[in-house]
Design a protein around this ligand. Sequence first.
Ligand code: MTE
Ligand code: MOS
Length: 754
Amino acid sequence: MKNIDSYTHTRGESIYLDDIPVVAGTLYGACFDSPVAHGKLISIETAEAAKCEGVFRILTYKDITGENQIGGIIPDEPLFADHHVHFCGMPIALVLADSDEHARAALHKIKVNIEPLPVITDPREAAAKGELIIPPRKFKIGEVDTAWAGCEYIFEGQADTNGQEHLYIETQGAYTIPQENGVIRVYSSTQGPTAVQRAVSKTTGLPMHQIEVDVTRLGGGFGGKEDQANTWAALCALATHVTKRPVKYSLHRMDDMRMTGKRHPYSSDFKIGLDKDLKIIAYEATFYQNAGAAADLSPAVMERTLFHCTNSYFIPNVTATAFCCRTHLPPNTAFRGFGGPQGMFVIEAAIAKAADELGIDATVIQQNNLLVTGNELPYGQKVVSEANECWNEAMARFEFEKTTKAVETFNASNKLYKKGVAIMPICFGISFTNTLMNQSRALVHVYTDGSVVVSTAAIEMGQGVNTKILQVVAQTFSISPEKVRVNSTNTYRIANTSPTAASAAADLNGKATLIACETILGRIKTVAAAELKVDESAIELKDEFVYANGTKTEWDWKKIVLTTYNKRVSLSEHSHYSTPDIHFDKTKEKGHPFAYHVYGTAIVTATIDCLRGTYEFDSVNLIHDFGTTMNKIIDKGQIEGGLVQGIGWMTLEEVVYDKNGKLRSNALSTYKVPDIYSVPKEINIGFLQTQKDNLAIFRSKAVGEPPLMYGIGAFFALRNAIKNFNPEAKTEFNAPMTPERVLMNLYAKKLVTV
Ligand code: MTE
Ligand code: MOS
């Protein structure tokens, strides 16, 4: 089934925040944000700006009616800077005017006096100065300290990954409209409607029931709107609360890039030990996470780095330590993979380093250490699937030996172009690592004409979750998809929502939907059984007809629905689902945090131009563990999109802050995202269909984040290609591998005559 949004998307009829018809009297917001990364805020002068054309009012921290606080996990983030500024882009004042242009024009007249303080942008420097947002965390299995003695080979090194701009096509924004009795309706481009509701409640001082958050869809979120949509919603809602006027704020691209956090850059140290059979015996990793100026979701992101620090490998002795480092960058936040990719990059780097030193292919070490059923991960959960299922299938289906032979032949006969291959296996845990968030609710109404509407907490942001929810309804009732409508996500219909994140939205909300539909279906069957005078167990609904004892009756869906209503039996249900069997004890750093794991293996082949340092990806051939996919088109789209986004992170995308904490890559002219030319020339996706994981909705495994991590293979494929040109290059594990870096490495310590 096609994505249900594809029709309105292609016609340009889909409604995003900025498409909502504007109500008369709407004020437009624009933020004056800190030009300094760290300093004492001595004064804010708004008098001149207030005189500008169309300006209605200017708000600062003094106008906050509740608490000046929007921190989600830790209360460490003011909405408006009050006495200090902590990052360039921190909101200081909000101009409200009769148009977007007038609001923005007035910003130029605002003056601030800031006494600069020292700026830290480097996480290691922050850690050295004790600037930690939470105490360090340590995951441990076995005894690393004694394990080194049993190792034949030990290697150490450093591995760094940079940030990544989310670049959702729809920028951040909110539109708030006053209702009667002081209620505020908040339209927000958010992945977390309840997070927005809480932030608005806290900053305005209104109870949560005074705040209705409504989301139709997002033009992409990628984690960037899990927490960071709160700011704009809180600003608009505060303005509405104070002025009693509708307030709209839809960020321009450069404002969005400057003022919002990104994927966390990490700097990490590793030490890896192998025995003579190339089994990894010991692994030690230390992660320095660049959290930015406030906690945001950093502690949770850091936790997932630890969860995925051994990727798809079984290592009996592991100590992994992570530091959540406070710097003066905009608070970094969730981004597809949620810290997992940063952890996986380091173990892959450690394996590559070992392979370099031993003069063998990394694939030999990778293959030799893949997880098998029963292996225990450093956090205590045992795996129930085989990581090598995908690996073996990928090797066989895509004839890996042939690929490497072809690459060798190519490299032997080409001087100016070199190819490299790398394999990237993945193992990604599904569930929120914060166990309590693994709950969901659904509201299903069947109307008397047989049409159905469903509401859940799921946010549609291009990943197709609404289509999957609709499929659950249509399949459970056995009715045509046309009879089902998925409603906007609304905190008055579904309360206390978990954000659409952790790739878990289809599972959590799909399962809740299933429960609601099955409950209603049970009632309908009871009525049908009474009408047809048969036992309830003999009743079945199939293709919009009632079947009794396997025989089609003349009772169609519409008739039985109307009869159920006439009998005064409820055709509505509000259901609750919570993932069973998951737990995690933070005091021991052990438990069973994930409902299941998603596996996969990608083979990435790259060609570099050795004169220019530019490159192309010839192919990505991958086998992905879908469980039993409920929607092949959507799942394939998630793989392709995730993969290309991962390749972008690892290769082209370079977030640059200068030493004063100012974002230099602040526009699409200075920040390169993948375009159609950066997409691999061939992407082949093999579906590994497994039956095991029944905690996935219809056994169709979560697919949103895992494929991003295939992109890590791109880094190592390029690195291998460089090695083929310049065997002396000691290419650092420092992503992104931009063409400039490729060029530097091609000629590192070597003068080549061609
Ligand atoms: N796909 C599209 N098109 N747009 C997005 O914003 N976000 C990703 C992923 N795929 C995203 C996407 C992220 S970060 C997550 S956590 C999942 O979708 C969330 O949706 P799901 O739980 O329904 O997979
Ligand atoms: Mo996704 S990073 O969990 O929003």
